[in-house]
Design a binder for this molecule. Structure first.
Ligand code: NDP
Length: 250
């Protein structure tokens, strides 16, 4: 018998064109899942889907959509359901930062981050939830942040979006618990990706000083937590926030 946990399952991973989402998509695929690789940029989704297909031919398809666009996401969701026939796992990982102090933050900085990080997760959940309810099974994982738990200076918009995800996740978890669907948040700390590569040395040093394990995390650390919450072992865990942050938010 195969010990792959996601054989015959279909996973939709947003923001899978690079960084944490790419690692999540590849690790779910390595355990047998078929993957809808979603990102904003066609070339990025196509590259990750090609990598997955090189290991497992036909396992992945690329999609390009702005998660903040409700109508476009419903269309992409319909296309994914038509292409794969089902949706077992949804990982809402697409996210952006527009960091600046609140007194300098523009209306556009606020809207872009809230629309992408919070509404984007709602949009994709809305697009696949009916299919999960019909199947009477599913896993929704929303990627939050340590910032949504503690607040971080310069991230009023981002922290609000990530804290908002927690309330949304708990509400949805209550709505669908009886249908065999769980919804949880994985809240990463500082993880080595393009998003943190832009931080200057002073900010990195300051962050490191706040991390009890004294290092930034790897994308694989987040992927492992997501896979666990998607697995049958986690069927009794719902509405929770799992911080994967080297102890930063404890
Ligand atoms: P990256 O910036 O490396 O990648 C972001 C991904 O999200 C890309 O694939 C990007 O698409 C996609 N994306 C961004 N905006 C949109 C949009 N409007 N529509 C569709 N896709 C979009 O980010 P990370 O991998 O670092 O972060 C992934 C998630 O983890 C985010 O939600 C982030 O907030 C969260 N996180 C990250 C932390 C870190 O330290 N890195 C810490 C805590 C949380 P494209 O490639 O096409 O641009």
């Amino acid at each position: 018998m195969s010990n792959k946990r996601f054989e015959n399952q279909v996973a939709v991973v947003t923001g899978a064109g690079r960084g944490i989402g790419e690692a999540i998509a590849k690790s779910l695929a390595a355990e047998g899942a078929k993957i809808a690789v979603v990102s904003r940029t066609e070339a990025n989704s196509a590259k990750v889907a090609a990598d997955i297909n090189a290991a497992t031919p036909g396992a992945a398809k690329p999609y390009a959509v702005d998660v903040a666009d409700f109508d476009a996401v419903q269309k992409t969701g319909d296309q994914i359901l038509a292409d794969f026939g089902r949706c077992d796992i949804l990982v809402n990982n697409a996210g952006v930062t527009r960091d600046t102090l609140a007194m300098r933050m523009s209306s556009d900085d606020w809207d872009t981050v809230l629309q992408t990080n919070l509404k984007g997760a709602f949009n994709f959940t809305r697009a696949v939830l009916r299919a999960m309810v019909k199947q009477r099974s599913g896993r929704i994982i929303n990627i939050g942040s340590v910032s949504g738990l503690m607040g971080l200076a310069g991230q009023a918009n981002y922290a609000a979006s990530k804290a908002g995800l927690i309330g949304m996740t708990k509400s949805i978890a209550r709505e669908i618990a009886s249908r065999g669907i769980t919804a949880n948040v994985v809240a990463p700390g500082f993880i080595e990706t393009d998003m943190t590569a832009v931080l200057n040395e002073e900010v990195r040093k300051g962050a490191l000083a706040q991390i009890p394990v004294s290092r930034f995390g790897a994308t694989a650390d987040i992927a492992a937590a997501v896979s666990f919450l998607c697995s049958p072992d986690a069927s009794y865990i719902t509405g929770q926030v799992l911080a994967v942050d080297g102890g930063m938010s404890m």
